[in-house]
Design a protein around this ligand. Structure first.
Ligand SMILES: [Zn+2]
Length: 132
């Protein structure tokens, strides 16, 4: 089995990935219009302001959309199938792609409440969503 691929961390996303490693996700929040954003970017996509702070999110969200993967394209995930890749809209606004874990595939429903969790791997951590 291949090693699971990890994130490509750069100066822009370093604070985000560090917070995920600490199981306390932070996202950029615009200092002018207060909009949270993801992925990390140098400019607010809503008002184009460059000033921002990193703020911890509540961990609450809901299922926006999903797909169930039965045949992974990367051998590193072969033992996980079937698994759920979800778009999760956080209470703070941004929609993020992540795995949805510990869920009955028959119970998946758009809009179902979810909470953030974390999965630690060797050298990195990934956010995941789980049913409330
Ligand atoms: Zn803004």
């Amino acid at each position: 089995m291949e090693q699971r691929p990890g994130p490509q961390i750069n100066a822009q996303s370093e604070a985000y990935w560090q917070s995920v490693t600490q199981h306390a996700m932070v996202l950029q929040r615009c200092e002018r219009c207060s909009t949270f954003r993801f992925y990390p970017t140098p400019v607010c996509p809503k008002c184009w302001f460059t000033g921002f702070s990193w703020e911890q999110v509540s961990g609450e969200g809901e299922l926006y959309s999903f797909t169930i993967v039965h045949k992974p394209v990367n051998d590193a995930f072969a033992g996980n199938a079937p698994y759920v890749i979800a778009l999760v809209t956080l209470a703070e606004g941004p929609t993020m792609m992540m795995n949805l874990e510990d869920v009955d595939l028959e119970a998946l429903q758009i809009g179902m409440p979810l909470k953030l969790g974390y999965l630690d791997f060797e050298g990195f951590t990934l956010p995941v969503a789980r049913p409330v």
